[in-house]
Design a protein around this ligand. Sequence first.
Ligand code: HEC
Length: 159
Amino acid sequence: MVVAWSVVACKHEAGTAPLDAELYQMALNSSGSVWYKNSPDLLPRSTGSGHSEAFLRTRFNDVAATALDSLYRVVADTTFPPGSLIVKELWSDANTLGSYAVLLKRPESEAADAGGWVWGYLRANGEVRAPALDRGAACRTCHTQDGEIDATLMNLYFP
Ligand code: HEC
């Protein structure tokens, strides 16, 4: 009976944990990424920021970077291509990375929203703050406000 129960438990978790773990690994890997406005400096959180940490900085993988202009800002009205990864690092202070908020364009994912984004939210140690299978329930209301570009907000708050 115990064996049968654990098989069921594994099946139940099969949809969430692997995707969150994959998003975490993707967030850890910054190779080939570029920073918003080409600057790795920590930015003080904006008035509109949905996260409690005091500082942030945002990077784009090579695919997402194709939607940036020559100043490394997001091109107005762009749609990020599949494979785009955007990672917002949330820092409590200059020495403490608290969490990663992640956007991955993967329309075929069961966790993708209508725009093809998968929303990840992980602590620096890999702990899940919001499961990807929530499909950005805690994120999208804010990220679809006027002025967003394909659900991104950096241009709006750090023009
Ligand atoms: C209350 C509003 C709000 C909520 C809720 C929110 N965010 Fe954000 N997010 C922002 C703002 C504003 C920015 C721009 C940077 C800043 O000011 O913090 C941003 C930036 C980002 C970025 C960088 C890309 C970009 O330009 O938008 C990612 C990735 C991100 N958020 C992911 C998430 C995820 C994942 C969640 C849910 C777990 C979430 N956010 C919830 C407001 C919010």
